[in-house]
Design a protein around this ligand. Structure first.
Ligand code: ZN
Length: 71
């Protein structure tokens, strides 16, 4: 068989917890950011779907951090 899932590589790249504002209602919410940039640059994408606790808006996995407003 082939097609091994490779989503469980723990320890190599530690996701960062970043506070951003909900694009819909402005509520501050925390999202996990997977850092992709070399040398710790401040770029990255959301590691998973993150749901706003207030309005229920979902920031989908893979959203670039630069498209969000940091709180
Ligand atoms: Zn919201």
């Amino acid at each position: 068989m082939s097609g091994v899932l490779q989503g469980c590589t723990e320890g190599k790249s530690t996701p960062r917890l970043v506070e951003v504002k909900c694009p819909k209602c402005g509520e501050v919410m925390e999202v996990f950011i997977r850092m992709d940039g070399e040398g710790g640059t401040a770029t990255g994408t959301t590691k998973s779907d993150e749901k706003c606790p207030k309005c229920g808006y979902v920031i989908p996995e893979g959203t670039p951090l630069e498209k969000l407003t940091q709180a």
